[in-house]
Ligand binder design. Structure first.
Ligand code: SF4
Length: 157
């Protein structure tokens, strides 16, 4: 029985990103991952009830951990507060990961949900800053190690 790996749906080619596109990994890498792990796939933002396409959103006033403490928000450029949807999606991702006994996750870098190291600044200026997205933060807080697509060596060594 292969170990389970929670994976961002957009990395597996599903067109769930805010712009209606995917950021799929090359097919050979997907096959290599699927040979090593049983892949458990989710898009937290879609799971949390947001449509595709949707306005891009950024963390505002803190990282994903702060959003989970209700000390920061997730907002669109127009100022719309989508924190509730982001938190709901994170909770569904955690529930799925726990049901499927995932100890590892491969989530898309730099996303306000999935980013494990960096997120955009909240000013919609294209600048990245240190921090985790909401789903990455919740998984991390529950002992699930989150990698992004630039760290595949950690999952395939
Ligand atoms: Fe991909 Fe995560 Fe954004 Fe969904 S929320 S489109 S899985 S980066």
């Amino acid at each position: 029985q292969h170990p389970t790996l929670l994976v961002s749906a957009c990395l597996l080619g599903q067109p769930v990103r805010y712009d209606g596109h995917s950021k799929g990994l090359p097919a050979t890498l997907r096959e290599t991952l699927a040979a090593r792990y049983r892949l458990i796939v989710i898009c937290p933002e879609v799971a949390g009830g947001l449509p595709t396409p949707r306005p891009p959103a950024e963390l505002s006033g803190g990282d994903g951990h702060a959003v989970l403490r209700q000390a920061a928000t997730v907002r669109t450029a127009a100022g719309g507060d989508v924190s509730a949807e982001f938190v709901a999606g994170a909770q569904l991702a955690l529930q799925l990961a726990q049901e499927q006994h995932c100890r590892l996750a491969l989530l898309k870098a730099n996303s306000p949900s999935c980013g494990n190291r960096q997120v955009y600044s909240g000013r919609f200026d294209g600048q990245l800053q240190h921090g985790m997205g909401v789903t990455a933060a919740l998984l991390n807080a529950h002992g699930i190690t989150v990698y992004n697509e630039t760290q595949l060596d950690k999952l395939l060594d």
